[in-house]
Structures are given as structure tokens and as C-alpha cells.
Write a protein that binds this ligand. Structure first.
Ligand SMILES: Nc1nc2c(ncn2[C@@H]2O[C@H](COP(=O)(O)OP(=O)(O)OP(=O)(O)O)[C@@H](O)[C@H]2O)c(=O)[nH]1
Ligand SMILES: [Mg+2]
Length: 196
């Protein structure tokens, strides 16, 4: 999809604040600092649209971005660092859990995993939650630029093994620094968006 317009719409903390126009939503979820906000900017080709930081815990609200006035990209707070909510179920926020479980507009989840580290307990919980909600989920391995060529295939395989993924499930490697993999990710998103 050619991104013609991309704009920040609002930060939400309660369902009452979510947009009510029924547009389909794609959510970006994962560990704090994994690169969710950076990926949103990469995909939209708009530097600084979503605020990023090298310190974990930057995104604190559910942030809505309108893309071509057609679909919302939704940036979530991350989980898993001491300074930010620790346990997905208890403290990542009832608000986020209920968003992921009960938002009819949510049509696709992009679950980001740091390619350098094994998935965490929270990653497992998130995947189970999305599975339970029957939300189509796309796994993306971020920070691929930080791995040596020789480490890359093994990193993807170990994520696949750890999460016990089906043979046909995709884990797309990307880098928000070099832009590698972004085109491939867009190809998958385009396919999904066309089916919304
Ligand atoms: N080398 C490298 N750095 C990245 C990549 N993606 C993000 N970063 C860096 O990682 C840090 C965190 O990025 P964010 O996009 O703010 O991460 P986030 O997942 O939105 O984090 P929270 O909002 O805290 O949940 C920033 O310093 C980014 O520049 C990547 O693909 N490669
Ligand atoms: Mg963020």
C-alpha cells in the first residue's frame, strides 16, 4: 500500500477513547524497547511520528495512527522491563489485555520479538492471548542488523522452536535501522489489508 497520509489521531487509556468509526486496526505489540514505535515509523515512512527512545517504557498509552484514512495502526506500551509493568496479565494493564481480547476492529496483530534474545514468558502469554482471541498474528524479528550474517538463520529458528510455531507460520526478520525486511513486511500487510 502506498502511504499517502499518516497522522497521529489520539492516545487512549479507556475503551471510551478508542475511535468509533469502525475502521480496521493493526496493532504492534511486544516487549518494551523491541522497536514497535520505530517499526511504525519505518512502515509509514515518517520519522518521529511515533515517539521512540533508547530507554524502555517510552510508549505509555494506546496510540492511534490513521493510515490513508482507511486503517488504524495502533502502537502499544511494551512489557517486560522493571520500570514498566512486569507481568503481562497482572500489570501490563487490564486495559491492554482487554483491548487485545475484545476489540472487534482489531484485525491483525504484529508481534515483535528481539532477534537477539529468546522469547520471554510475556511473549508466550501474548501469543496465547492473541490465539485465544483468534486474532491473526504476524511475528516479526527486530534488530536484525545487530546479528552477524552467520547468526541470522539460527536466530529465526530458535524463535520458531521456542514458540512452537507451525511449519507455515512466518517470522519476518526486519531492521528499523537499515530498512531491511520492511518491503517484505509490507507485502504481507498488503495481503491482509486487502482481505479486511
Ligand atoms: N539496531 C536497531 N535498533 C533499533 C531497531 N528498532 C528499534 N531500535 C532502537 O531501539 C530503541 C527502542 O525503540 P522503540 O521503537 O522506542 O521501542 P518500543 O518497542 O516502541 O519501546 P516502548 O515504547 O518502550 O515499548 C530505540 O533506541 C530504537 O532506535 C532495529 O531494528 N535495529
Ligand atoms: Mg514505543
Amino acid at each position: 500500500m502506498k502511504v499517502l497520509t499518516a497522522r497521529f489521531v489520539k492516545s487512549a487509556l479507556h475503551p471510551a477513547d478508542f475511535p468509533a468509526d469502525g475502521r480496521p486496526e493493526i496493532v504492534f505489540a511486544g516487549r518494551s524497547n523491541v522497536g514497535k514505535s520505530s517499526l511504525l515509523n519505518q512502515l509509514l515512512g515518517r520519522r518521529g511520528l511515533a515517539k521512540t527512545s533508547k530507554t524502555p517504557g517510552k510508549t505509555r498509552t494506546i496510540n492511534y495512527f490513521a493510515v490513508n484514512e482507511k486503517v488504524y495502526f495502533v502502537d502499544l506500551p511494551g512489557y517486560g522491563f522493571a520500570k514498566v509493568p512486569k507481568n503481562l496479565k497482572e500489570t501490563w494493564g487490564a486495559m491492554i489485555t482487554s483491548y487485545l481480547k475484545g476489540r472487534p476492529e482489531l484485525r491483525l496483530a504484529v508481534h515483535l520479538i528481539d532477534a537477539r534474545h529468546p522469547p520471554t514468558k510475556n511473549d508466550h502469554e501474548l501469543l496465547a492471548l492473541l490465539d485465544e482471541a483468534e486474532t491473526p498474528t504476524l511475528l516479526v524479528a527486530t534488530k536484525f542488523d545487530k546479528l552477524k550474517q552467520s547468526q541470522r538463520a539460527a536466530a529465526i529458528n530458535s524463535i520458531r522452536r521456542d514458540l512452537e510455531l507451525d511449519a507455515d507460520a512466518l517470522v519476518l526478520p526486519i531492521s528499523n535501522v537499515t530498512g531491511d525486511g520492511i518491503k517484505d513486511l509490507w507485502a504481507v500487510l498488503d495481503e491482509q489489508i486487502a482481505a479486511f
